[in-house]
Design a protein around this ligand. Structure first.
Ligand code: F6P
Length: 537
């Protein structure tokens, strides 16, 4: 990089470069460089990351790497991992990486080393989960606990739900684990269906212990418990994972049943904290720590690998290129694995809650093209739903495919091979369109190609590899935030909606007057009126 070039100059060069490159198609780029598949792929930990089917050439990557350097990405990551207050709107550290750091490290927050308290929480989690896994945790009536219901929403649900499902073949076979996040009463009813209160515990995860959905779920769970085991023994069936001990104890959770969520862990970055308790109960402490080791490996590689082989940086640079230069506002996430079915939802929160912001430190030349809409579904289902649009729709939607070489069961490898064949076929057709021998195709059957995609391929879906994937997604999100000038760690947009809902609910329940609503706007006023009319039908 030429050190005299600042961010705006690099952005102008990138814009010029985009104009030149837009004259070339992916077919031409592949024809011009027969080894493009190796030139634009890298090994990163145990992952193979292939960005060769993106609309880029080597100049694109060089210029984007300059942009990352001018944005001081590495320094930001070092500050983040050192516990400096990188969450600038709340003046807080974002220290999820400390959770998987070596137990002999020293990471200070306000002068206090956070590692001993992390170790203490992990030891408590280990004891607790071993107790359940060995059938030794008894409920109020003396019956062993065999069912765990996780209550929580957003970052207090999606990470552990996604990972639990991903690692389902590592689960303890005799423990029934279920998740519930919605305030819609139907969901808790269905979740509890067939469970026995005497053998069920609720693990309530809420960093704030202030989230309406979670508190309502907890209240309903308590009623369900009370009905069969009475108020007395109820506390044996309630576990809290929170940054707010006081609120949790006020609501009936015993001190000893609380696992601390430090203030410096953001919800969507919290899987490696006590928020992973349900996952630890399911897969056991050994596998849970393998997951953390996978994360640690990527933490390290993200800091140390040069940009050419730095998977985190490359994925983030592609996100920036597609969104801010090629102007593609959305990205489809497509895992070719049923066990990874919650990946799109998990990434939706991680990336959209972190990067969906128009407030920026410096505006630079990105205009309003910052942060992408993330959506998607598992590969085979997606192929039969939205892939038609991906291949021939009027908008170009970049895709990110995730595949695994080995099945969890060798006897089922044939189906694993089919999954990968499908993944490869789709990326090929997206990039290169209908094959050349079929050039006589009628226009409606023709695929033009030139639609970008990335492939992440891993050997097998294990805790260690899942840990690598999660850390990769976390860091990629942070890096994009740094380059775009967005604070990846706050979520003020969501917070404001929450407080408006509280006011409206008071009014629906006729606890407050309609005056505030009237002052707000005529649409909300009318909708509220209609709601009340429909309610009486
Ligand atoms: O969706 C907004 C949000 O604040 C998330 O950031 C967070 O993960 C979720 O709500 C739940 O918050 P809490 O863990 O405090 O219940």
């Amino acid at each position: 990089m030429d050190p005299s070039r600042n961010k705006n100059q690099i952005l102008s060069s990138l814009e010029e470069h985009r104009k030149r490159l837009s004259e070339k198609s992916l077919i031409e780029l592949f024809n011009n460089d027969p080894d493009r598949g190796s030139h634009f792929s890298t090994t990163f930990g145990d992952l193979w990351i292939d960005i060769s089917k993106q609309l880029i050439d080597s100049t694109t990557i060089d210029l984007l790497a300059d942009l990352a350097e001018a944005s001081k990405v590495n320094q930001f990551l070092l500050d983040m991992m050192a516990g400096n207050p990188v969450n600038w709107s709340e003046q807080k550290p974002a220290l999820h990486t400390a959770l998987r750091a070596s137990r002999d490290s020293k990471i200070l927050v306000e002068g206090i080393n956070v590692i001993p308290s992390i170790s203490e929480t992990f030891e408590k989690m280990e004891d607790f989960s071993q107790c359940i896994r060995s059938g030794k945790l008894l409920g109020a009536t003396g019956a062993p606990i065999t069912s765990v219901v996780a209550l929580g929403i957003g970052g207090s649900n999606l990470g552990s739900l996604m990972a639990y499902k991903a690692l389902s073949n590592f689960s303890h076979k005799d423990i029934d684990i279920r998740f519930c996040s919605s305030i819609d009463p139907v969901e808790l009813d269905q979740t509890l269906d067939g469970l026995d209160p005497e053998t069920t515990i609720f693990v309530i995860t809420s960093k704030s212990f202030n989230t309406k959905e979670t508190l309502v779920l907890m209240e309903n769970a308590k009623k369900w418990l009370e009905y069969s085991i009475g108020i007395e023994g109820m506390s044996k069936h309630l576990v809290g994972i929170t940054g707010s001990r006081e609120k949790a104890t006020n609501l009936g959770i015993e001190e000893t049943m609380i696992f601390d969520l430090p203030d410096w862990v953001g919800g969507r970055f919290s899987l490696s904290s006590a928020a992973g308790l349900v996952l630890m109960i399911s897969i056991g402490p050994t596998e849970f720590f393998h997951l953390l080791s996978g994360m640690k490996e990527i933490d390290h590689k993200t800091l140390s690998e040069p940009f050419e082989s730095n998977g985190t940086l490359l994925l983030s640079l592609i996100d920036i290129w597609n969104r801010s230069f090629l102007n593609y506002p959305t990205m489809a996430v497509v895992p070719y694995s049923s066990q990874m079915s919650y990946l799109p939802a998990y990434l939706q929160q991680l990336m959209m809650e972190s990067l969906g912001k128009n407030i920026r430190k410096e505006r630079h030349g990105f205009g309003n093209s910052v942060g992408s809409v993330i959506w998607g579904a598992t590969g085979t289902e997606g192929q039969h739903a939205f892939f038609q649009f991906l291949h021939q729709g009027t908008d170009v939607i970049p895709c990110e495919m995730l595949g695994f070489s080995n099945s969890y069961d060798q006897a089922l490898q044939g189906q694993q091979n089919s999954l990968f064949a499908n993944l490869l076929a789709q990326t090929e057709a997206l990039a290169l369109g209908s094959s050349t021998e079929k050039e006589d195709l009628t226009p409606d059957r023709k695929l033009e190609g030139n639609r970008p995609s990335t492939v992440i391929l891993a050997p097998k879906l294990t805790p260690f590899i899942l840990g690598q994937l999660i850390a990769l997604y976390e860091h990629r999100t942070v890096v994009s935030g740094v380059i775009w000038g967005v604070n990846p760690f706050d979520q003020w947009g969501v917070e404001s909606g929450k407080s408006i809902a509280i006011d409206i609910e008071l009014e629906i329940n006729e606890i407050s007057s309609s005056e505030t609503m009237t002052k707000r706007n005529s649409s909300s006023e009318k909708l509220l009126e209609k709601f009340k009319i429909f309610r009486n039908i």
